[in-house]
Design a protein around this ligand. Structure first.
Ligand code: BES
Ligand code: ZN
Ligand code: ZN
Length: 479
C-alpha cells in the first residue's frame, strides 16, 4: 500500500472511494454533502463511527478530538471499512493544524489498522487497498507543504512497517519460531540492513557464565541463542543498548502455568521481536546513533533436566539467585543479558519485556509500564510513548518493595515474598543486575499487556500489537 500526497484539489483526484471526517459532530462543514442521508442513517458522528455510502462512493467517519490516537483510530476504522470493499484507490482530505502529527496518525491508522496475520490460513485475504491519495488543496485556508508532508508520511511508514514486522514474529507459532529460528530472523534483518550480527549459541552462553539464562533454557529441545545486532552511523552522537526478552515459549517450567494461562505465551518473545523491529527502523531512518539490539532467546519448558524451585543459580554478574518459581524466568534471562549489555559501555540501556502478569493487572492490557531510577529518562520515554501513539505509565520504585526479594540462602530470590506490586518487584530484581554507574542510565519497559491482546483495539488487530517499537524509535529519534 502506498500513501501519496497529491498537490491537487480533491475533486481532481480519481479514486474508488473517499474518506470524509465528521469532526466534533459538526455536520455543517462544506465537505459534508450528505447531511440528510447521514441523519436518515442515524449516523451520530461518534468517534470511529462509520457511514458507508456506496452510491456516493464515500465513507464518513466520526472524529471527536483532533488528537493523535483519536485520529489514528478513526482512520483505522474507516480503512477497515474501505478494505472490506473491492476499492483499490482511496482519497482523503487533510485538515490538521499539526500536519506531522496528522501524517503519523494517518499512516498508523492505515498500516497498523489494516494489518492481518493470515500465515496459517489456507485462504488468504485477497482484497487490498493499493493507493491512498492525500489532497493538500482541500482546505483553502491552510497552506500545506506537500513535500514536507510526504517526508513525514514516509518516515511514519518505515516505523509502522517495523511494527508489523514485529507483530509477524510474535504471532508466529512457537513450534516455528524457536530460539534458533529467531536468531535466523535476526541475521536476515542484519543482512538486509547492513548490520553487524553476532549469534551466540548455548556453548557460548555456558562458557560466559550466563548460568541464569542457561538454566531457564536447558530443559528445552530447542537450544537458546544470544542475539546481538548492531547499527551505527558514521559519527554516532550516542550509544544505546536495547535488551529484549525472547522467550519463544513460556510454559512456566516446573512451576507449570495452568492451561488457560499458557495460551498466548508464544507472545513471551515480544521484547526480542520489538528490539529487532526497532533496529530495522533505526537503520532505515539512518539515525545518527550507535544502537545495539540484544535478545535472550530461550524456551521455558519441562524435562528431567529442568531447573527447579530450590536451585541456586550463579549469574554472569556473580550474584547468586535462589529460584523459588521457575515461571519467573524472564528476569533470569534478562539478568545475564543486562550484564552482557553493560560490558558494551553504552550511554543508556533499555530493556523491553513481557515480564509480569502483575503489570497487566496494574495498568490494564493496553498500557506498558515504565520503570527505572532516573526520573528524567522515564519522563522522556513517557512523552515518546504519547507522541508515537502508544500508551505507557510509570510505576515507581520504593525501598520497602525491594526488601521483599530477600533470600535466606542466596543473594536474592527470583520472586517477591508478597503477591502485590509484582511488576515493580520484578523490575527491582533486574535493578540488582545493573551496576552502580548504570543505575541512572537504565530503563525497564514491561510490555506484558499491549504486546498481545486477544481482541481488536484502536489500530491494533487481534494478537500481537508490536508494543514498544513506536515509543522507543520516537525516543531514539529525539536523543
Ligand atoms: N511471561 C510471563 C508474564 C506474562 C503474563 C506476560 C501474562 C504476558 C501475559 C512471566 O514469565 C511470568 O510468568 N511471570 C509470573 C511471575 C510470577 C511467577 C512472580 C507472573 O506474572 O505470574
Ligand atoms: Zn514465566
Ligand atoms: Zn515469561
Amino acid at each position: 500500500m502506498k500513501i501519496k500526497v497529491e498537490n491537487k484539489k480533491l475533486e481532481d483526484i480519481k479514486s474508488d472511494l473517499e474518506i470524509i471526517f465528521v469532526i466534533n459532530k459538526n455536520f455543517a462543514h462544506t465537505f459534508i454533502k450528505d447531511k440528510d442521508t447521514l441523519e436518515m442513517m442515524n449516523f451520530k458522528g461518534e468517534n470511529e463511527e462509520i457511514a458507508y455510502l456506496p452510491e456516493g462512493k464515500k465513507i464518513y467517519v466520526g472524529l471527536n478530538l483532533l488528537e493523535y490516537e483519536y485520529i489514528s483510530d478513526a482512520v483505522a476504522s474507516a480503512a477497515r471499512k474501505a478494505a472490506s470493499t473491492n476499492a483499490k484507490n482511496l482519497k482523503i482530505a487533510v485538515c490538521f493544524d499539526d500536519m506531522k502529527m496528522g501524517a503519523k496518525a494517518f499512516v498508523n491508522g492505515f498500516i497498523l489498522g489494516l494489518y492481518k496475520f493470515d500465515k496459517y490460513k489456507t485462504k488468504k485475504t485477497e482484497r487490498e487497498l493499493k493507493n491512498i491519495f492525500i489532497s493538500t488543496q482541500a482546505y483553502s485556508d491552510k497552506t500545506i507543504e506537500a513535500k514536507e508532508l510526504q517526508s513525514a508520511i514516509d518516515e511514519a511508514m518505515i516505523i509502522a512497517k517495523a511494527v508489523n514486522f514485529t507483530r509477524d514474529i510474535v504471532n508466529s507459532m512457537p513450534d516455528e519460531v524457536t530460539p534458533v529460528r529467531l536468531a535466523e530472523i535476526a541475521s536476515q534483518v542484519a543482512k538486509e540492513n547492513n548490520l553487524e550480527c553476532k549469534i551466540h549459541d548455548e556453548k557460548y552462553i555456558q562458557k560466559n557464565k550466563m548460568n541464569a539464562f542457561y538454566s531457564v533454557a536447558k530443559a528445552s529441545a530447542h537450544p537458546p541463542r544470544l542475539i546481538h545486532l548492531s547499527y551505527s552511523s558514521k559519527k554516532p552522537k550516542i550509544k544505546i543498548a536495547l535488551v529484549g526478552k525472547g522467550l519463544t515459549y513460556d510454559s512456566g517450567g516446573l512451576s507449570l502455568k495452568p492451561g488457560s494461562s499458557m495460551t498466548t505465551m508464544k507472545s513471551d518473545k515480544s521484547g526480542a521481536s520489538a528490539v529487532l523491529g526497532i533496529i530495522k527502523a533505526v537503520s532505515e531512518l539512518k539515525l545518527d546513533i550507535e544502537l545495539h539490539a540484544i535478545a535472550g532467546a530461550a524456551e521455558n519448558m519441562v524435562a528431567g533436566n529442568a531447573y527447579k524451585p530450590d536451585d541456586i543459580l550463579v549469574s554472569k554478574s556473580g550474584k547468586t539467585i535462589e529460584v523459588k518459581n521457575t515461571d519467573a524466568e524472564g528476569r533470569l534471562v534478562l539478568a545475564d543479558c543486562l550484564a552482557y549489555a553493560q560490558e558494551l559501555k553504552p550511554d543508556y540501556i533499555v530493556d523491553i519485556a513481557t515480564l509480569t502478569g502483575a503489570c497487566v493487572v496494574a495498568l490494564g492490557e493496553y498500557t506498558s509500564g515504565i520503570m527505572g531510577h532516573n526520573q528524567e529518562l522515564k519522563n522522556a520515554m513517557l512523552l515518546s510513548a504519547k507522541n508515537s501513539g502508544e500508551l505507557a505509565s510509570a510505576l515507581e520504585f520504593n525501598k520497602y518493595l525491594k526488601k521483599l526479594l530477600k533470600s535466606e540462602v542466596a543473594d536474592i530470590s527470583n520472586i517477591s515474598s508478597s503477591r502485590y506490586g509484582g511488576a515493580i518487584t520484578a523490575a527491582l530484581f533486574l535493578s540488582e543486575f545493573i551496576e552502580e554507574e548504570y543505575k541512572d542510565k537504565w530503563l525497564h519497559l514491561d510490555i506484558a499487556g499491549p504486546a498481545y491482546v486477544e481482541q481488536e483495539w484502536g489500530c491494533n488487530p487481534f494478537g500481537a500489537g508490536g508494543a514498544g517499537v513506536r515509543m522507543v524509535v520516537e525516543w531514539l529519534k529525539n536523543l
